[in-house]
Design a protein. Structure first.
Length: 190
């Protein structure tokens, strides 16, 4: 796999196609998103890395402040902007009750039963997918994005059920702009 990573070294999805840059998710950067497990722009610990990369695939704990009072729902999206794909690879999509201000470790994993957390489909399967970049591809940036929505998402594009909808179909139904948003980037390479 190191050879494949080297061959694809210059192929990156890029920042421009993040959920962060969708017009419906534009808004003031008033949410302070953080994690007790790693700092913004630092390396994501191995426990939060995917199993194929030697980790435990446990979603990191998250905390935030600054949620506006009139927030109907929070949307959390985690994307890899350095994946060698056309668009950033989606590692997690979740809908959160607006009164939440923290998520414990593992809250975004499939089978988690944290009250107020609805984990949706990701790029492959459901729930949090920890970093598993191609060996030799270099450092990847994993962008944790939290959006305070004025209207709750109840179905995906075309009326598709949220539990089976692809991430792009969920994001396409957002009616914005966001009331507030926050971002935290984590790094991982192998």
């Amino acid at each position: 796999m190191t050879i494949l990573g080297t061959l694809l070294k210059n192929k990156r999805a890029g920042e421009a196609k993040l959920a962060w840059h969708l017009p419906a998710l534009a808004g003031p950067e008033a949410l302070d998103l953080r994690s007790p497990d790693f700092q913004h722009e630092s390396v994501i610990p191995k426990v939060h890395v995917g199993k194929r990369a030697g980790g435990e695939n446990r979603s990191p704990a998250l905390a935030w402040s600054g949620t506006p009072d009139d927030t109907a729902q929070l949307l959390l999206v985690v994307q890899d902007i350095d994946s060698p794909t056309r668009t950033p690879f989606v590692h997690c999509v979740a809908l959160l009750d607006p009164d939440l201000v923290t998520l414990p470790t593992g809250a975004l994993n499939t089978g988690s039963s944290v009250k107020g957390v609805r984990v949706l489909r990701s790029g492959m399967g459901r729930g949090y997918l920890g970093p598993e970049p191609i060996k030799g591809h270099g450092l990847h940036r994993y962008v944790f994005q939290l959006f305070a929505l004025p209207t709750a998402i109840t179905s995906a594009q075309g009326g598709t059920n949220l539990d089976t909808a692809k991430p792009a179909a969920v994001l396409a139904t957002v009616s914005g702009p966001a009331l507030a948003r926050g971002r935290m980037d984590g790094l991982y390479g192998r």
